[in-house]
Design a protein around this ligand. Structure first.
Ligand code: ADP
Ligand code: MG
Length: 694
C-alpha cells in the first residue's frame, strides 16, 4: 500500500480549484493520467520573468514588464474592428491597455476608474503611444506578489493552455510533501544537491537559463531519483530471481563435442562465448535469466540449440518459442537435423496443429518423448503439460512483451530462461529495460558472409532501379520492395503500396505478391511461405516483413521513401537480405524533399552494418522511448531523465541500487524505508512485492 505521506500528490487534478472534468481529460492526454504527481514530472521549457517593474516612461518596447498604474479613462471601440482602450498612467507617463473582442462589463469590472492596478505583459509603441495589448496578468496591489514573479512555461500540448498549467502547478506545489531523504548523505554532499522537496519546487520556478538545462544541479538530482527508482526496482526483481531455486544442468562435454562436429560450420568467437556464458549459468543452482542479443543472421538459433542441449543431457526438456508460425517452422527446420544427428527428438507445435495430431504432440510433450519443443505462443496453452521443462527459450522477445517473458517458464519448476532479441539495444537502454537479466551479445557475423552493398538513390531515378531489379530477378534472385506505412494515413499509404504492386505486376507478372499489415495472419504467412519456397520472385511489402523471415535466396531489397524510416527499422529491413552466400544489395530510394536528419540516417546505414553502432546512433537522434516503440517493447519511459545527458547518473544509480540491495535487501533500514517511498513515488509498486516485511 502506498504510504499516506504521498496521498496529497496522488489525487486527481479535479481536486484543484478551477479544474473540472474537461481539463482533467486534457491532462490525462498530456501526461497519461490525471494524478497531481504527473504534473510535477511535466517540466518547464522556458520562463517569463515578470520581475522587471519600471516606471511607465522607462518601459522598453518589446519587453515583458509589470507596471503599477492608475486607471484614468475607458474608451470603448466605436467601430467593430477597433479595440477597446483603457487609458492608464503613473507619475512618469501614460500607457493604454488594448483589448480586442472583450466584454465591456468585464473590463469595467476589472478596471474601475481611479483605482490602482498591477498589470503585466508585453509593451510596445504604436504611433508614439505606449500600449499593452491584452495584459497577461491583472491584479490589485494586494496581488502584487502573485504577479511580479518568474513564470514557468510548459510544453503545451493536447490543448492545455499556459493559464491552466499555471493554475494547476501553483496549486500543486504547496501540496508537495517533505519526504525523508532516500539518497546517500555522502552523495548529496559530493554533488551539492538539495533535498527532493526543494528540488521539485525549484525546478518549477526557474529563474535563469541554466535552471532549464539537464545539467543543472536541480535537474540532476531529480533525474537521479527517477533513475534510482528504476534501477532499484530492477535490482529487487533480479535479486528475487537469483534467490529462486534453479536447476543444476551440468553440460555433457561428449555431447557438446559431437554436436560441434556435426555442424557444417565452426562457431564464431561471439557464439562460443555466449554458449559458455549460458552453460555456466545453467550449471549454477539459481535460475538463469539471460538475454541473448544479436543482429539478424548473427546465429542466435545455434546458440539456443546448445543451451537446450544442456537441459536435454540432464534429462529435462527445452522449449523454444517464436512469435510467429513461420519463425517457429524455421527454427524447427534449422534445429531438427542437428538434433536428430544426436538422437534427440524435436517436435513442432503451433496453432496449425489440431485434433488428433495435436493430441499426439501433447502426449509426446507430457511423456517426455519430445525433448526439444518448438512452437508459437500455442505453447502457453493450459492443456500443454511438460514432463519436465528445464529451459525456456523465447525468441524475438519484444514482440511478446516483457510480461510474457516468464510465462513459459511457469510450465516448469525452476526453469531457466533465455530470451533472444534481434533488435540491438544500446547499452544504456539495456540497463534500464533488461537490467534484471544477464546479457550475452553476438557482435560478429558468421564468417563467409558477404557484406551487403547499400546505395542511396533519389526517387527520380526509380526507372533505373526497376531495370536493376529486372536483371536480378532474371538471373534467379528474389527481392523485397518495401513501401512505407505511416500511421497518420494508413489508407493512403496502403493505396500507394497497392499502386506500386499493380505497376510492378505489369512487368513481373504473376510472380509478384503484395503483403501488408491489414492482411490476416494466415494470408500473410501463406505469401511468405510461397516466397520462401521460390514460387514468388518479388514481394511488395509494407513493413510487415520486419519479422525475422529467413529467405537466403533473397538478395535485393529496395526501400522506398527510406528517409521516412528510423535507423533501427532500416537496419532490420536490410537484414532480410545478405543471408546466403550470394552478394546482396540494399537500395534506399529517397524523396527529393529529404531533410538533414533523414540524410544523416541514410548515410549511417550505408556506412555500417553493425547493429549495435546503429542502435547507439539511433538513440542519439531520437528519444529512448522511440527506439522500439515504448508500448511494444516494455521500455520504461523517463520523465525527468534524458538518457543522453544523464547516462553517467544511470550508471551511478545502477551501482547505488546494487549496493543498497546487498546491504539492506528488504529495505528495512531508515534509508531503506525512505527508498520504499521513492519506489511508490515513481510508481514502481510492482517491485515492492518482492520485499519481505518483518
Ligand atoms: P539469427 O537467429 O541470429 O537471425 P540464425 O540463427 O537464424 O540467425 O542464423 C542464420 C544462419 O546462419 C542460419 O542458416 C545458421 O545455420 C547460420 N549460421 C549460424 N552460425 C553460423 C556460423 N558460425 N557460421 C556459419 N553459418 C552460421
Ligand atoms: Mg532468428
Amino acid at each position: 500500500m502506498r504510504p499516506f505521506i504521498l496521498d496529497p500528490i496522488f489525487t486527481s487534478v479535479r481536486s484543484l480549484a478551477g479544474i473540472g472534468p474537461k481539463t482533467a481529460k486534457l491532462i490525462e492526454k498530456l501526461t497519461g493520467n490525471e494524478k497531481l504527481v504527473s504534473m510535477l514530472w511535466h517540466l518547464p521549457v522556458r520562463f517569463i520573468d515578470r520581475r522587471y517593474n519600471p516606471k511607465v516612461a522607462n518601459a522598453t518596447s518589446g519587453a515583458i514588464v509589470t507596471l503599477t498604474v492608475k486607471v484614468d479613462a475607458h474608451s470603448p471601440s466605436k467601430i467593430r474592428s477597433r479595440p477597446y482602450r483603457i487609458h492608464c498612467s503613473d507619475s512618469s507617463g501614460s500607457v493604454d491597455l488594448i483589448y480586442f473582442n472583450a466584454k465591456t462589463s468585464w473590463l469595467e469590472n476589472q478596471f474601475p476608474i481611479g483605482q490602482t492596478r498591477i498589470i503585466s505583459g508585453e509593451v510596445e509603441y504604436y504611433h508614439g503611444t505606449l500600449q499593452m495589448p491584452h495584459p497577461d496578468m491583472v491584479g490589485t496591489e494586494d496581488e502584487r506578489d502573485k504577479i511580479e514573479i518568474v513564470e514557468p512555461v510548459y510544453p503545451m500540448t493536447a490543448g492545455v493552455t499556459h493559464k491552466t498549467m499555471h493554475k494547476i502547478i501553483s496549486q500543486v506545489l504547496p501540496r508537495v510533501p517533505s519526504l525523508p531523504e532516500w539518497l546517500d548523505k555522502a552523495l548529496i554532499e559530493r554533488e551539492h544537491w538539495v533535498c527532493w522537496h526543494e528540488a521539485i519546487n525549484e525546478v518549477h520556478t526557474p529563474e535563469q537559463e541554466d535552471d532549464l538545462m539537464p545539467s543543472s544541479k536541480i535537474r540532476q538530482r531529480l533525474a537521479y531519483d527517477e533513475l534510482l527508482a528504476n534501477q532499484l526496482a530492477i535490482a529487487l526483481v533480479r535479486n528475487h530471481n537469483k534467490k529462486q531455486d534453479g536447476r543444476v544442468f551440468i553440460p555433457e562435454p561428449a555431447l557438446i563435442k559431437k554436436a560441434l562436429a556435426s555442424l557444417p560450420f565452426t562457431l564464431t568467437k561471439a557464439q562460443e562465448l555466449a554458449v559458455a556464458e549460458i552453460a555456466k549459468d545453467m550449471g549454477e543452482p539459481y535460475r538463469m535469466l539471460r538475454l541473448l542479443q544479436g543482429d539478424v543472421g548473427s546465429g542466435k538459433t545455434i546458440v539456443a540449440f546448445f543451451a537446450v542441449l544442456n537441459a536435454v543431457s540432464n534429462n529435462a526438456q527445452g522449449a523454444l518459442m517464436a512469435p510467429t508460425e513461420i519463425l517457429a517452422q524455421q527454427h524447427a527446420k534449422n534445429i531438427t537435423p542437428f538434433a536428430e544427428a544426436l538422437g534427440i527428438k524435436v517436435v513442432l507445435l503451433t496453432g496449425r496443429h489440431k485434433g488428433k495430431i495435436r493430441a499426439e504432440i501433447l502426449e509426446q510433450i507430457a511423456s517426455g518423448e519430445a525433448q526439444i519443443i518448438i512452437g508459437t505462443h500455442a505453447l502457453f496453452q493450459q492443456d500443454i503439460i511438460f514432463k519436465d521443462l528445464g529451459l525456456a527459450v523465447v525468441d524475438e522477445q519484444h514482440r511478446f512483451g516483457v510480461h510474457q517473458r516468464l510465462e513459459l517458464a511457469q510450465k516448469g519448476v525452476g526453469t531457466d530462461v533465455l530470451v533472444m532479441t534481434a533488435t540491438p539495444i544500446p547499452r544504456t537502454l539495456t540497463l534500464t529495460a533488461y537490467g534484471d537479466m544477464d546479457v550475452s551479445r553476438l557482435n560478429e557475423k558468421p564468417a563467409g558472409r558477404m557484406p551487403i552493398e547499400t546505395s542511396i538513390i533519389p526517387k527520380n531515378r526509380l526507372a533505373e532501379v526497376v531495370e536493376g531489379l529486372k536483371r536480378k530477378i532474371d538471373s534467379g534472385s528474389r527481392a523485397y520492395w518495401v513501401c512505407p506505412l505511416i500511421e497518420e494515413s494508413e489508407v493512403l499509404d496502403l493505396a500507394a503500396a497497392e499502386e506500386r504492386f499493380i505497376e510492378l505486376q505489369t512487368i513481373f507478372g504473376e510472380r509478384v505478391a503484395l503483403l501488408h499489415g491489414r492482411m490476416k495472419a494466415d494470408e500473410k504467412e501463406q505469401i511468405m511461405q510461397s516466397f520462401a519456397a521460390g514460387e514468388l520472385d518479388l514481394l511488395i511489402a509494407t513493413t510487415v516483413i520486419e519479422v525475422g523471415v529467413d529467405v537466403p535466396e533473397a538478395t535485393l531489397i529496395i526501400i522506398e521513401h527510406a528517409e521516412r524510416f528510423g535507423l533501427s527499422q532500416l537496419h532490420q529491413l536490410r537484414g532480410r537480405v545478405g543471408r546466403g552466400k550470394e552478394q546482396s544489395n540494399c537500395i534506399l530510394v529517397y524523396n527529393s524533399k529529404i531533410g538533414e536528419n533523414g540524410r544523416k540516417r541514410l548515410q549511417t546505414i550505408r556506412s555500417t552494418e553493425d547493429g549495435f553502432i546503429i542502435a547507439e546512433e539511433d538513440l542519439k537522434l531520437r528519444g529512448a522511448g522511440e527506439i522500439l516503440g515504448t508500448r511494444q517493447s516494455g521500455l520504461p519511459e523517463f520523465k525527468l531523465s534524458n538518457l543522453n545527458e544523464h547516462a553517467h547518473l544511470l550508471r551511478m544509480a545502477g551501482d547505488d541500487a546494487k549496493l543498497i540491495i546487498s546491504k539492506d535487501p528488504n529495505l528495512q533500514s531508515e534509508r531503506g524505508k525512505a527508498l520504499r517511498i521513492l519506489l511508490y513515488l515513481f510508481e514502481r509498486d510492482h517491485a515492492i512485492q518482492y520485499l519481505h516485511s518483518g
